[in-house]
Design a protein around this ligand. Structure first.
Ligand code: B12
Length: 220
């Protein structure tokens, strides 16, 4: 397949996310799998680029909530096709590099970025235990204890829910468990400054960076 055709598939995928067209997203995602394209790039340069455009248009009042929801649904349809394929490739790499308990914090239902992060971790050879959304500190910690996690990853997309990442770290301290797990935080409104402020072990802007960061942290 030539570069030009790949670019056009990614462009079409991005546009289909903006249009919230699930059928086209499904068709193009399957095509990417069938034609053995770089699926991580398909997620990032196709699906994620699309939802970013939607986010900006929403903020500027050019798109409304129902449209955003359709785009988010279309995003899920694409990820449902691409994620298992990305994970399959990673799993052939052998032993698990570590266990990560991942979730979106309490009061927050955004899960697209968390899911992508989970898929990247799986592809990189980690065992991912995904708790879903709206997860309390207690929920993260109970699961981490149950499975013997190395890392707890908490995603927050709202400025009003970022504080729950801080509460997670405080809860670990309260239970004398702070040193038992590495805590990674991420999501739109978060930053390295925020991670430092709350005493997290790391922050990453993208799912790719998150995996690199985890590799580094666990190697120490
Ligand atoms: C899609 C979307 C929705 C969908 C969510 C669907 C779903 N299942 O997730 C719907 C329509 C349901 C929705 C609802 C709401 N939303 Co909304 N949403 C978005 C939107 C457009 C895109 C988010 C997204 O998926 N981005 C793409 C992903 C790939 O990016 P990401 O999540 O940042 O993840 C990447 C990194 O951050 C990182 N990462 C993510 N998690 C983690 C975790 C770890 C550990 C690490 C290391 C890294 C990491 O890796 C990811 C991949 O690279 C954003 C706009 C934006 N600019 O972000 C608004 C946005 C986040 N929403 C917003 C709001 C206000 C809401 C609502 C409150 C609206 C309402 N009035 O009801 C509700 C929230 C309800 C709730 N309690 O949670 C605001 C938040 C404003 C703020 N400052 O707090 C935003 C910024 C829009 C805006 N500009 O106003 N939303």
């Amino acid at each position: 397949m030539t570069g030009g055709i790949i670019v056009s598939l990614l462009d079409e995928l991005r546009q289909a996310i903006i249009d919230g067209d699930e059928d086209i997203v499904a068709e193009l995602s399957q095509k990417a799998v069938d034609e053995d394209l770089d699926l991580v790039d398909t997620v990032q340069s196709g699906l994620v680029k699309g939802i970013e455009v939607v986010g900006t248009a929403w903020k500027e009042g050019e798109m409304f909530l129902p449209d955003v929801m359709m785009s988010a649904e279309a995003m899920k349809v694409g990820l449902a096709i691409l994620e298992p394929e990305i994970a399959k490739k990673g799993m052939s790499e052998g032993e698990s590099k570590g266990k990560i308990v991942l979730g979106t914090v309490e009061g927050d239902i955004h899960d697209i970025g968390k899911n992508i992060t989970g898929a990247m971790f799986t592809a990189a050879g980690y065992k991912v235990i995904d708790l879903g959304t709206d997860i309390k500190a207690e929920g993260f910690v109970a699961k981490a204890q149950e499975v013997g996690a190395d890392i707890i990853g908490a995603s927050a997309l709202l400025t009003t829910t970022m504080i729950k990442q801080k509460e997670l770290i405080e809860y670990l301290k309260e239970k004398n468990l702070r040193d038992s797990y590495k805590v990674l935080v991420g999501g739109g409104p978060t930053s390295q400054v925020w991670a430092d402020e709350i005493g997290a072990d790391g922050w990453a802007e993208t799912a790719d960076d998150a995996v690199e960061l985890a590799n580094k942290i666990l190697a120490k």
